[in-house]
Design a protein around this ligand. Structure first.
Ligand code: AMP
Length: 395
């Protein structure tokens, strides 16, 4: 894997695809600078080598050139994070961008306007990619969040840099973390899959059964498995049309010698509400009109033991409706267990949408080995797909 560590960028104009798709408030101020901070090591490496950086990104999903999606809004935050002045071009291609890039001196940083102001970006247009490629003489992809898209700036552009291309440090870290879980990680390997529906995780489960020794299935998915085995799930979320699939998964796991762990008890509620009445019940005996919204104490203890004996841990998806405090304790307990295992030497990767939100909300961010920055890209990697943005650099 060729990364920025293998390259000296002295006198090089590095064209870097970053992911600055950050949240803004009503005053267009950056409310979470995580993604900007994450891109800093790659940018600083180029500058410290004596090169310059041309940064390109998308922001939101503009339909036209709407000013609310302008990357100009993030310039001051970027300057604060990097500690250097940032130049800005009000278009990502064309005369202004080309002149700004041509005049760029070593040590300088130029940020281009939102790539998605041009519909050619998401279409993966070759001519648009070529125009972008003319701005720099080395291409770095450091945007994991869009690595699963064959867009002009994430994938198509790479062909204009047959040799002069590599992964940025963030993207390299993402790839290494996923590889640890899927290929090189110390055994026993554990995957924890939670969240709402079997249907959205089925490809991941299928792929991951070949990679792991243990699989914890939690959250709303639990009930499809429980009902398929004859349990009573009351009003719990359940995909009846996926019950056969659930049984197939259990069978496959047996053949592949993967131990599956499903909650044995749940915190059931008489309403989908933080103020509902609740009771702990056996997962197979949830009363009529009640629904399981979190895992129960026995399940937490079982999961804790499984987590402690594993050396490589992947966590995707909450174990309950963590957005409501009443049903957050299963997810918090799991976070605690993973934090403890990590402290004792396990490698833990958290990724994919809601689990990242949960980890941040409950303060586990610095207690796990790695928190992925890409939602969809992470899920597609776990499904075993080759991401186009990664393939384009590797070729
Ligand atoms: P996903 O995007 O598939 O990872 O699903 C995340 C969502 O699953 C979160 O919004 C949770 O509130 C929800 N969830 C977790 N457990 C349950 C449950 N037992 N019943 C209903 N929704 C759940």
């Amino acid at each position: 894997m060729k990364t920025i560590q293998n390259v000296n960028f002295k006198n090089t104009k590095a064209l870097i695809r970053v992911d600055f798709n950050v949240p803004l408030n009503a005053q267009f101020e950056v409310t979470d600078n995580t993604r900007i901070v994450s891109a800093k090591p790659t940018i600083l490496k180029v500058l410290e080598d004596g090169g310059s950086c041309i940064l390109m990104s998308h922001l939101g999903r503009p339909k036209a050139q709407e000013s609310e999606f302008s990357l100009r809004h993030i310039v001051s935050t970027l300057e604060t994070v990097l500690g250097v002045q940032v130049l800005f071009s009000s278009d990502c291609i064309g005369e202004e961008a080309q002149t700004a890039a041509d005049n760029l001196q070593p040590g300088q940083v130029l940020l281009l306007e939102n790539l998605r102001y041009h519909s050619e970006e998401t279409k993966g247009d070759l001519g648009f990619a070529e125009a972008l490629s003319k701005l720099g003489d080395f291409y770095i992809n450091d945007a994991f969040g869009t690595a699963h898209r064959a867009h002009a700036s994430t994938t198509i552009i790479a062909q204009f840099f047959p040799v002069n291309k590599c992964f940025g440090s963030l993207l390299a870290q993402e790839i290494e973390s996923i590889d640890k879980v899927m290929q090189t990680g110390e055994k026993p390997v554990l995957a924890i899959l939670g969240g709402a529906k079997v249907s959205s995780k089925i490809t991941i489960i299928d792929n991951i059964l070949d990679k792991v020794d243990h699989l914890i299935i939690g959250g709303g998915m639990t009930f499809t498995f429980v009902k398929a085995q004859g349990g009573h799930v009351g009003d719990s979320i359940c995909e009846d049309d996926k019950m056969e699939l659930a049984l197939e998964i259990l069978e496959k796991a047996k053949v592949k010698n993967v131990q599956i762990h499903i909650p044995v008890d749940v915190l059931a509620a008489n309403d989908f509400s933080n103020d509902a009445n609740t009771q702990i019940v056996d997962v197979r005996e949830i009363p009529k009109n009640w629904q399981g919204l979190d895992c129960g104490p026995k399940s937490k203890a079982i999961f804790h033991d499984v987590v402690q004996k594993c050396k490589t841990i992947l966590w995707n998806g909450p174990l309950g409706v963590f957005e409501m405090e009443t049903f957050s304790s299963g997810t918090i307990a799991l976070g605690d267990s993973i934090a403890e295992a990590t402290k004792n030497g396990a490698f833990s990767l958290v990724g994919g949408g809601d689990s990242v939100a949960a980890v941040k909300q409950f303060g586990f961010e610095n207690k796990v080995s790695y928190v992925s920055t890409g939602g969809g890209a992470m899920l597609e990697s776990l499904e075993g797909k080759t991401l186009p943005g990664i393939a384009a650099i590797s070729e």
